[in-house]
Design a binder for this molecule. Sequence first.
Ligand code: FAD
Length: 492
Amino acid sequence: MTKSIIIIGAGMGGLTAGIYGQKSGFDTKIYEMNHRPGGQCTSWKRGEYTFDACIHHLMGCAPNSKLNAFWREIGAMSAEFVKTKECVSVAASDGSLFYDYYDPDELEKHLLQLSPQDKDVIGEYVQGIRKASSFDLTGNMIMGDFLRILFHMPAVIGNMKWFKVSMAEFAERFKDPFLKKAFPLLVYSNPEVPVFLHLMRHASGLNGDIAWPIGASSAFADGIVKRYQELGGRIFLRSKVDKIITDNGRAVGIRLEDGREEFADIIISNADGRKTLLNLLGGNFMDDTLRSYCAEPDDLSEFAVTVYLGVNRDLTKEPSSMILLLDEPVTLGDQKFTSLEMQTYGYDPTMAPRGKGVIKVEFRSTYSFWKNLSADRSQYNEEKKKTAEKVIQLLENRFPGIADQVEAVDVSTLLTWERFMGGTHGFANGPNKEPDFISSMLSPRGMTVPGLENFYFTGIWTTGAGALFINALSGKKAIQKICKRNGMKFQS
Ligand SMILES: Cc1cc2nc3c(=O)[nH]c(=O)nc-3n(C[C@H](O)[C@H](O)[C@H](O)COP(=O)(O)OP(=O)(O)OC[C@H]3O[C@@H](n4cnc5c(N)ncnc54)[C@H](O)[C@@H]3O)c2cc1C
């Protein structure tokens, strides 16, 4: 008899589990609380504009990369892709503009023009990028091709020194004051990130492995949804799961918010780990490790607030992703900033009508600030409005006249993510443990919980890493485990 699987959540991990579940002969259904599938990989229409909440850097786009083969397997490559020339750029109010070009020759030339006195450090940077681009470390590690990693070991070892150097420390080596300010911000404005990770990302861009899906994040997720549905999978939207029904140490079904109950042989949760363990399972299946994972996440979060602007202005000539250095510190929400991080989307004609464009500005904030404000809805909305106005005012420096060109505005906070996708503190769905990037990539941990049969986790709770490919891959790994446990043949 065909075994049935209920999946809670249509994020990357849930959809992928559905796909491999269907392929391997299970009858699967996904229950999703939001009105659209895709989870955090989402975008939406606001009038004639498309606003995107997710993708900055999508890995696995080069046809010869390991990750690409996986993406194709799950239908994710149905969208059209475009590559940008630069990884990121930094602009100052005096008109200085640094493009962190993917192409090392172009980058070197550009950097030397900006600061000939920094010839040595520029040479070192460009050499690091060249070395990093000679191997597909991310793909090989994630897809488990250790032989290839060994083969490329000399090049990997050559770049290991960059693990110990943060972006901030590296920036100090520049003599030029503008580049000194720019370099610490290149990786999502986080100066503590090791240079190694930036070089890896850069190399992926150079190899064409990072690209943007035309039509934005939802177009990318739609390919996976389509593949799942073509295989006979069913997704029930606006279907929030309130409880996982257990019987004698076995997961047997779910109860939905409206009281309906559905039963299956196996239950998979792609939802936030804490809420699954503490609410859906009532805290009944925990050990000390899981309890420590469920501790309150940090109050301060990157990407906590996003201001989306649809503007009657041509942005096709603007850098794809830009950090704007501010002359004076400014307070947005409850934090002070000396720079503003934004994405413009001039490279994707579907984001706005011809001659118009979209700008997204993101910044960190605490969860508690917005949570406290939300006790009074009008205060919360007022703060969002004030924040958007301040951001528009700051953009005037780079885009004179923009205030009069704004035609659509959206502001999301961590509470917005929570409302649509039920996460903790927005999207902190992973375990509250120092993310161990390498080990989480090598072995997605804890897909099961102690004392409960027929229950599995997918998604960020199992990987601890906020990246589309690794959370999608967790769905495949869960079905591999389930097949093994049930003596079934896994079909990829
Ligand atoms: C701002 C931001 C930018 C990002 N940028 C990038 C990027 O550039 N590149 C990249 O690779 N990754 C990026 N990521 C990370 C990536 O989007 C996530 O790691 C990935 O989408 C998480 O997938 P997941 O499988 O963990 O599921 P999630 O996306 O968390 O999906 C979980 C699903 O479960 C549903 N759900 C939750 N509770 C219930 C319930 N009780 N009942 C029913 N359904 C429920 C939710 O609505 C959601 O659809 C970004 C993430 C964020 C937040």
